[in-house]
Write a protein that binds this ligand. Structure first.
Ligand SMILES: *Cc1c(COP(=O)(O)O)cnc(C)c1O
Length: 222
């Protein structure tokens, strides 16, 4: 077994009963993805459409591809035929376009609403108030093909573990509110995507069931 495969299996053991592991392979060469695949990994996360397209053509077809980064509206059409989950839906326009392209492909596309919980300034993600408003307004119910399946967030880039835990806890509370208020009958609304290499252990303690881990498996991105 290679060192990469050992790191992968160690993390899988840590998260397996609690969460699905998304192996974030962005910027890493195809050989590393294949090594992870051979060790049993089937869910991979990428953050650039072109790179995802190229890698998908090379890996076996039973891989489930997740798009984890900021997705431009005009690129949804390229991944709509096959993408397994879109993690970071951060605008109404993007949700609308996912629904339109999913309909064209005659398939449902699962997606997560990105919540902005970090203290850093970021262009991306809904504030808690915006997310509540979006869901309360209810217009999203018209989307038959874009399937809102949960929430996603990224914590602040900090060593302050209490702050990170508080940010994930905020996301967990909003998930519970959304589930209870708008998705009580929707079994598919069940995904809580938080936790990366540096904070996945905290994320698991705060209810994550989908962790996105890159560098701890694949090494530093070049
Ligand atoms: C790159 C990335 C990750 C993985 O980050 P690591 O620190 O390498 O684990 C997770 N989520 C998102 C949205 C990313 O862009």
């Amino acid at each position: 077994m290679t060192a990469l495969q050992e790191r992968l299996l160690k993390i899988r053991n840590e998260v397996d009963h609690k969460a699905t592991l998304v192996a974030v392979s962005k910027f890493h060469p195809i050989e590393k993805l294949l090594a992870a695949y051979e060790a049993g990994q089937r869910v991979f996360g990428e953050s650039r459409v072109q790179e995802l397209e190229a890698k998908r053509k090379t890996l076996p077809t039973d891989v489930e591809w997740h798009f984890i980064g900021h997705l431009q509206t005009n690129k949804v059409k390229y991944i709509a035929p096959y993408v397994g989950l879109i993690h970071a839906v951060d605008s109404w326009r993007l949700l609308e376009e996912i629904d339109r392209q999913a309909q064209r492909c005659d398939r449902r596309i699962r997606c997560l609403l990105q919540l902005h919980v970090a203290q850093e300034e970021s262009k991306y993600g809904f504030s808690a108030a915006e997310l509540r408003q979006l869901l309360d307004e209810g217009e999203w119910r018209k989307f038959e093909y874009a399937q809102i399946s949960g929430l996603m967030c990224m914590a602040s880039f900090t060593d302050n573990t209490a702050q990170i835990a508080a940010e994930f806890a905020q996301a967990a509370a909003l998930f519970d509110w959304a589930k209870g208020t708008h998705f009580a009958d929707a079994a598919h609304f069940c995904l809580r995507s938080w936790g990366m290499s540096d904070d996945y252990k905290i994320a698991l303690e705060q209810g994550s069931n989908l962790v996105r881990i890159g560098s701890t498996i694949f090494g530093d991105r070049v």
